[in-house]
Design a protein around this ligand. Structure first.
Ligand code: UDP
Length: 483
């Protein structure tokens, strides 16, 4: 007899490793809970390698289907990344609709799960009579912030929006000063970008639930606050949240096989256990030229061993994305004169990229100087490595608050300031690095205990497994009613 068909989930991640990788892990977990899945990928803005690398690592019951490219070249060059991705989803809606309808005709469709920048596709789930969920590759504090925005603008028209008041106290005790509020939420209400954001987050209310790439112990206060809000009869007007992570990059089998030839890992193998400061600012983090020089001087003055992933500096003086070209393509040429020679043996500077998860899990790595991107954060936590939090843009300041104030697994450099543009001095860097490598036992102990909690989140009785199981039960029950 034919095996009964598994209920099927369609997942739509935005382009980029930070969206694709956690969504693929979610698909893998759904398969463990008895589902099959299709991951839809955007062709625009995706390095083909993103989707191609995904496929060999996925279980057989997860298919990948590519959406056709849409025209995007008319957008102004300086548009914020989040808006570009949301616009891509909006323009792709007819293609998403066609593809989801066709998947529905050949499978037992049980749900549609959309990246947090794609909520405009929620009505497609409704048309087909299946639940629609939003997936946040970020954290519960971010969901709390969006919920706050929805509450603040309940019923308001664009001209009537209000600015977010500071300091902002989120449910669960995360308190944000102005500079730590994610950029997009800091725009003035008169800015058209803000109206777009409010429109986007308001549409989350159509979702049946919000799945979040975090775990209970990582955001205990916020998780409890959401429970209380959800239980307060009638007062809750936002979909229920489900912390189902941590979903992080798996060590790539090809990369692992090539491991012996990675200069970073070979170098780490030669360093004493717990001695190296790993410095990396994610895929987009760029420091101004002057700050790059100051960081170099700080690492040098600290006297500690370091592995630094050097990226092209930003030439406009700000923090954020920067692409090099022509003669300037080698970021190492921007380091201060003589720096590489003076630190040879105790420091290694590599251009642009390191196999981060493998570096963080190497026994020589002691501390992570990080921009606090959420993936880097979860990876560091998963390896039990304390951090020097150096947030640059987007929601990184908020992540740093969680790490330093709520979890006590990070020191912050620079300390939170209203002016997020000022220079972090070599002295501040050297002092913080030394403090963390030579002292830092308290932070290290907390990081180790959080690492255990992260590992336990998906154990048989783990809170993240239970949360996704709860969703799975709902989806299967809804299916029973429909068919
Ligand atoms: N990453 C890496 N090598 C590097 C820098 C980054 O492998 O040299 C990976 C890192 O492991 C993480 C991702 O790139 O999975 C960065 O994601 P995150 O959310 O931390 O920051 P973003 O790049 O989105 O700012």
């Amino acid at each position: 007899p034919k095996a009964p068909q598994r209920p099927h989930v369609v997942l739509l991640p935005s382009p980029g490793a930070g969206h694709l990788i956690p969504m693929a892990e979610l698909a893998r977990r759904l398969v463990e809970l008895g589902f099959s899945a299709t991951i839809l990928t955007f062709t625009n803005l995706s390095a083909p390698v993103d989707a191609d690398r995904l496929t060999p690592c996925l279980p057989a019951s997860v298919a990948v289907a590519a959406l056709p490219a849409v025209q995007m070249d008319d957008l102004p060059a300086n548009v914020h990344e989040g808006r570009v991705l949301a616009e891509l989803a909006r323009r792709s809606l007819p293609n998403i609709r066609t593809l989801v309808h066709s998947i529905n005709s050949t499978t037992l469709l049980a749900a549609v799960v959309l990246d947090f920048l794609c909520p405009m596709a929620l009505p497609i789930a409704a048309e087909l009579g299946v639940p629609g969920y939003i997936f946040f590759p970020s954290n519960l504090a971010m969901v709390a912030l969006t919920r706050h925005i929805v509450e603040l603008h309940e019923g308001a028209a664009p001209g009537e929006y209000r600015d977010v008041a500071v300091p902002l106290e989120l449910p669960g005790g995360v308190s944000l000063c102005g500079a730590d509020i994610p950029d997009a939420f800091r725009a003035s209400f008169t800015n058209p970008r803000y109206a777009k954001l409010v429109e986007l987050v308001r549409s989350y209310r159509l979702a049946d639930g919000i799945l979040v790439n975090t775990f209970y112990e990582m955001e205990l206060g916020t998780a409890e606050a959401f429970k209380r809000l959800e239980q307060a009869a009638g007062a809750f007007f936002f979909p229920p949240v489900f912390p189902v992570g941590p979903f992080v990059r798996r060590p790539d089998p090809d990369e692992a096989a090539a491991g012996a030839s990675s200069p970073c890992l070979e170098w780490l193998d030669r360093q004493p256990v717990g001695s190296v400061v790993y410095v990396a600012f994610g895929s987009g983090g760029a420091l101004p030229v002057e700050q790059t020089a100051e960081l170099a001087a700080g690492l040098e003055a600290s006297g500690q061993r370091f592995l630094w992933v050097v990226r092209m500096p930003s030439l406009d003086g700000g923090n954020g994305h920067c692409r090099g070209d022509g003669d300037y393509d080698d970021p190492l040429t921007w380091l201060p004169k003589g720096f590489l020679e003076r630190t040879r043996g105790r420091g290694l500077a590599v251009a642009a990229w390191a196999p981060q998860v493998r570096v963080l899990s190497h026994p020589a790595t002691a501390v992570f100087v990080s921009h606090c991107g959420w993936n880097s954060t979860l990876e560091s936590v998963g390896c039990g490595v304390p951090m020097l939090a150096w947030p640059l843009y987007a929601e990184q300041g908020m992540n740093a608050v969680i790490l330093e104030e709520k979890l006590g697994v990070a020191l912050r450099v620079p300390p939170a300031r209203e002016d997020d543009r000022c220079l972090v001095t070599r002295h501040e860097i050297a002092t913080a690095v030394k403090e963390l490598v030579e002292g830092g036992q308290k932070l290290r102990r907390r990081a180790e205990s959080l690492q255990k909690a992260a590992a336990g989140a998906w154990s048989p009785e783990g809170p993240s497994r239970r949360a996704l199981e709860e969703v799975a039960v709902k989806l299967k029950a809804a299916l029973g009613r429909e068919k």
